[in-house]
Write a protein that binds this ligand. Structure first.
Ligand code: PGA
Length: 234
């Protein structure tokens, strides 16, 4: 991109992303805005249900979520890996066990995200396909609250490994080795079908297609070492 080209990219970019995307979307935006300083960005963070409502009402330029919209008529494309892992407090009885059966996890007190959360949806689906029901100890409205509650010994949970990056309290919880985990998912960008993307939004889409090169994800092998970033294999 030449300096002239950069100058042409000015305008607004309105993004709405699901809560777990807040662990990487701002960094991606930072790099994007360095390339295109003329772009003014706004970022809305809410759960899957809210993001889908905003998409249906065409309130933003672009959406990021953990699964393509099923209900709405939308264009969606995967651009980054997203793995869900089982987390427990560091000294949990299952911390050193290998290949823990899913049924064993279903016996543990479980901390579940609020209704409308995509993380909750994906988690419940995995247990339901095995005919298992979670023993829900508590419902919590944020990934951060869940991490703190896990550390506090209230139960175990399933979260995206993106939530373990950066400011996660190191060595206070572990990723359990559970059969069927990690759940491998992807991040999708999406927009209403038939929508004409602005120049800025389509430039950002092209940038997202390269995103996995720029952004590290915490690998599920990094047991007990949250905060370590590894580069995604190409
Ligand atoms: P959530 O979405 O923040 O609504 O849990 C995450 C996802 O859809 O993977």
């Amino acid at each position: 991109v030449t300096a002239d080209m950069k100058g042409l990219k000015t305008g607004k970019l309105r993004l709405a992303v699901v809560t777990t995307a807040k662990y990487f979307a701002p960094r991606l935006l930072g790099m994007f805005c360095q390339q295109y300083p003329g772009v003014e960005v706004s970022l809305k963070v809410s759960n899957r249900e809210r993001v889908l409502e905003r998409l249906a009402a065409n309130q933003d330029d672009l959406y990021i979520l953990g699964q393509p919209p099923e209900e709405a008529d939308a264009v969606a494309e995967a651009f980054l890996e997203n793995t869900l892992v089982v987390i427990a407090p560091a000294h949990h009885a299952l911390a050193k066990k290998k290949k823990i059966p899913l049924a064993r996890i279903a016996e543990e007190p479980f901390l579940l995200r609020e209704p409308g959360s995509g993380t909750r949806m994906a988690t419940e689906r995995v247990f339901a396909t095995q005919g298992l029901k979670l023993k829900v100890r508590m419902e919590l409205g944020s990934n951060e609250a869940i991490k703190q509650a896990v550390i506090g010994g209230l139960g175990i949970s399933v979260l995206s490994s993106h939530t373990l990056a950066l400011d996660a309290p190191a060595r206070q919880f572990v990723v359990l080795d559970v059969q069927g985990f990690p759940i491998r998912r992807h991040w999708y960008f999406a927009y209403p079908a038939g929508k004409q993307l602005s120049i800025v939004a389509s430039t950002f889409v092209d940038y997202l297609r390269q995103a996995s090169k720029y952004i590290g994800v915490v690998s599920a092998q990094e047991h007990g070492r949250p905060g370590r970033l590894v580069k995604k294999a190409e």
